[in-house]
Write a protein that binds this ligand. Structure first.
Ligand code: SF4
Length: 363
């Protein structure tokens, strides 16, 4: 494949033309980091012209670490009956929500293990109470695996579980648990997790019910370049059908304290994935600079490689932290990083609508 052909493909993608799977793989493998980043930044600048980079004030409450899925890349979960297993009472969760709302949080992500002891009623009561006490907060919670776990426990369809949760106040779903949407990879790193088709099906149902979602990708474990492009491809196909994904959030696997181990992805790898996602996912509006695993400095660079959003403050989080990530950022840190990259920070809500919310810092 000649450099001229790669340059032509990049030019096409930067202008918004769709890349086929083979073209995407060629570009991903052969384009230089600079060329890939420049094309992605051009595309991002057309999709999101103007000086703004958004972020959301959010919290992640990991309400239970008991999980019957046992993913090999996860240092957070404890199997049923383990002495270190915990489940927060609804009141404990509500105390954390109250604290986060006091800090300005508008997005509440409640996410944890697939705990077979928790009935649907636990979530219904909790979400209703959050809605009653904190009507300004958006409940953006539960992974596809948790939804399927509840459906199995209650012997209900996923659709009925989602309808019930939506009525209780669940407004949108995070894109967690996608890892790599390729059967070979999932069998190796999370054999007991729902398969790739099931993940897509839960997202399809949620989106058809009017609940927007995000999509994630956990890269850097055992997947090949081709499998990364397959992951993009299946997301793009579903988005063609539903238009329900608000954003794509790639993050790399932190191997330090997990059974899977391996080597952490490099900064170059991270930037290439960000840039490639912007070029390939031509129908997903936002690409998020997921700073939690690569750190704020690389997250800042992602803003020049195709990302248009800085993610969230993640006031409280345990899953990635327990895997060995030590990154933390305040609102002021996020705003400074955005300004240093040449943009104006702005606070958004879960749906990427900019909110008239005072910034933590002045220019
Ligand atoms: S990643 Fe989620 S589903 Fe997998 S073991 Fe950890 S908590 Fe359970």
């Amino acid at each position: 494949m000649s450099d001229v052909r790669v340059a032509r493909l990049l030019e096409r993608a930067a202008n918004g033309e769709r890349l086929t799977y083979e073209e995407g793989l060629t570009v991903y493998r052969e384009a230089s980091l600079h060329d890939l980043g420049a094309a992605a930044h051009r595309r991002r600048s057309v999709l999101h012209p103007g000086p703004t980079v958004s972020y959301v004030i959010d919290t992640t409450i990991n309400y239970t670490n008991i999980c019957n899925v046992h993913c090999s890349f996860c240092a957070f979960f404890r199997p049923e009956g383990h002495p270190e297993g915990y489940t927060m009472s609804p009141e404990e969760v509500l105390t954390r929500v109250a604290w986060a709302v006091e800090q300005g949080a508008t997005q509440i992500m409640i996410q944890g293990g697939v705990n077979p002891d928790l009935p649907l009623g636990y979530y219904v009561d909790l979400f209703r109470e959050i809605g009653r006490r904190f009507p300004e907060a958006d409940i953006h919670s539960l992974s596809t695996s948790e939804i399927c776990g509840i459906a199995k426990r209650e012997q209900m369809s996923v659709r009925d579980v989602l309808v019930t949760l939506r009525e209780a106040g669940l407004k949108s779903l995070p894109g967690a648990g996608a890892e790599i949407l390729v059967e070979r990879v999932r069998k190796r790193i999370s054999a007991r997790k729902i398969d790739d088709d099931r993940w897509l099906e839960v997202m399809r149902i949620a989106q058809q019910l009017g609940m927007p979602t995000t999509a994630t990708m956990m890269f850097g474990s055992i997947e090949t370049d081709a499998e990364r492009i397959t992951h993009f491809d299946v997301l793009r196909s579903l988005q063609d059908e539903t238009n329900g994904f608000l954003a794509f959030i790639p993050w790399y696997y932190v191997p330090h304290k997990t059974p899977l181990r391996g080597r952490e992805a490099s900064g170059i790898d991270y930037l290439r994935v960000i840039a490639m996602s912007r070029l390939y996912l031509d129908n997903i509006p936002h690409i998020q600079a997921s700073w939690l695993t690569p750190g704020l400095k690389l997250g800042q660079l992602a803003l020049l490689f195709g990302a248009d959003d800085m993610g969230g403050t993640i006031l409280e989080e345990r899953v990635v932290t327990l895997a060995g990530s030590t990154n933390r950022a305040t609102r002021a840190d996020l705003e400074r990083a955005i300004r240093q990259a040449g943009y104006q920070p702005a606070v958004r809500d879960t749906y990427f609508r900019l909110r008239d919310y005072p910034l933590a810092t002045t220019a």
